[in-house]
Design a protein around this ligand. Structure first.
Ligand code: UD1
Length: 428
């Protein structure tokens, strides 16, 4: 037992580098699917259930906002019950909304339920400018008047009116905003140049199960025929493809072998192609994926992040951690968010040699990694630092666990269960 006062000063998590990981992990449910489903639940005047909802900080932040709006939200084990019979308060200040990006999609829900809403600006990980112009433009096309002031966005409409919207670029959030606003609107809405991420499809499937008339999800053109009301939802939140990818990276960086239960089949193909190029092997069988990272040693060359079905930006940092352990030069070009290489400084502290120029990081792999004191500054970068620490010599102390908790339900416990030496400070 160590002195807890001294330990706390060093960081939130202590990771000791070691050998290959081995064992089985069940993949948690998806953050990016759960959040819009929670918003969608507000479109039914009654109680909906999201089964197997991830218990993560971003879900907690969304619960706080929904309660403030008047919803009665409670957990029963891992199931989240959302009673949205009464939603009265359509004024949500920035102190609530700035905790995460997804808060902005509640605008459409407020408009559909009450014809008005006032929302503080959304926050989220600082990985780029992350504007909301396309969200607001889509709502305006559906007949909403919007007034922006430095603190709040105020929106008002009579009834939402179906229309045609062509997004100037593919955005997950703006597509979700459009869908949520259109399902109860008068008439037909046609959304073009939509994002095609699996989370869009899951949102549509959830809404369809509530009676929404949506066609074309997963393609870039989604057609929605407005209905007058939605039934109660009862739906299982799907597994998280980014968490699954992070754990495959854990197998790769430790040259170990991890079986993933609840694998999000078919949602990680671009990532798995890169993993295979690096020498990783995998085999999928009845909802499970066995990832054998034993043979990982080849640089995949240049990777470019893209919208789905391309290589996901959310797995860019975990992949970069793996690339630091592979001899030779690899490159990652980030096309989605302009400020998503903050983690590089922390990785270099651990002995990596990564150089960033504009939107490209060049990774000179194979340098010896050593345990250090590092800081998580955003969600996925934080997870990537845990992976790197598993491959480093000695102890790494990581600060900023709160960022990681936004999206990973129990990453430390999961990786410990397959042999990683990871402890949270409070466990000392
Ligand atoms: C979602 C995911 C996030 C993921 C990202 C890209 C959730 C809760 N978050 O974020 O994990 O990294 O998709 O896959 O699902 N943009 C604009 N104007 C807008 C909206 C977006 O210019 O109105 C830009 C963004 O700055 C970014 C790009 O469009 O450069 C894509 O962003 P978007 O797909 O909207 O990401 P999010 O929905 O915020």
């Amino acid at each position: 037992m160590r002195d807890p006062v001294g330990v706390e000063a060093l960081g939130d998590i202590c990771i000791t580098g070691g050998g290959p990981l081995g064992g089985t992990i069940s993949v948690q449910s998806s953050k990016n699917a759960a959040l819009p489903m929670m918003a969608a639940s507000c479109l039914h005047k009654g109680t909906s259930v999201l089964r197997d909802c991830p218990r993560i900080a971003d879900v907690d932040s969304m619960i706080r906002i929904l309660r403030r709006m008047g919803a009665d939200v409670r957990w029963e084990g891992k199931d989240l019950y959302l009673d949205c019979s009464i939603l009265e308060n359509m004024v949500i200040p920035g102190t609530y909304t700035e905790r995460m990006r997804s808060s902005v999609i509640l605008l459409s829900v407020m408009l559909a339920r009450k014809g008005r809403g006032s929302l503080g600006y959304p926050g989220g990980c600082v990985i780029g400018k992350r504007p909301i112009d396309m969200h607001l433009a889509a709502l305006e096309k559906l007949g909403v008047q919007i007034r922006e002031s430095p603190e709040v966005i105020e929106a008002e409409c009579g009834r939402l009116k179906g229309t045609g919207i062509c997004f100037p670029k593919r955005s997950v959030g703006a597509t979700q905003q459009g869908i949520l606003a259109a399902v109860l609107a008068d008439g037909e809405t046609v959304l073009e140049n939509c994002a095609r991420e699996p989370e869009i499809c899951w949102l549509c499937r959830y809404l369809q199960s509530m009676g929404a008339r949506i066609a074309g999800e997963g393609s870039d053109c989604i057609r929605i025929q407005g209905v007058s009301q939605l039934e109660a939802g009862d739906f299982r939140v799907p597994p998280d493809r980014i968490v699954a990818g992070t754990y495959i990276c854990a197998a790769a960086i430790s040259r170990g072998c991890i079986t993933l239960e609840r694998f999000p089949d078919g949602e990680l193909d671009a990532f798995l192609q890169v993993y295979r190029k690096m020498g990783g092997q995998y085999e999928g069988k009845s909802g499970k994926l066995l990832a054998n990272g034993n043979g990982v040693r080849f640089s995949p060359g240049r990777i470019v992040t893209e919208t789905y079905p391309g290589f996901p930006t959310d797995l860019q940092a975990p992949l970069m951690a793996v690339l630091t352990t592979i001899d030779g030069v690899s490159e990652i070009t980030e096309q989605i968010f302009e400020n998503r290489f903050q983690v590089v400084r922390q990785m270099n502290k651990m002995g990596a040699d990564i150089r960033v120029e504009d939107h490209t990081a060049v990774i000179y792999g194979g340098r010896p990694l050593r345990g250090s004191r590092v800081q998580a500054q955003e969600l996925r970068g934080g997870a990537a630092l845990i992976l790197m620490a598993l491959a480093a010599e000695g102890e790494t102390w990581l600060e900023g666990d709160s960022f990681i908790q936004r999206g990973y339900e129990h990453i430390c416990e999961d990786l410990s269960s397959v042999g990683g030496m990871i402890k949270k400070t409070q466990e000392y």
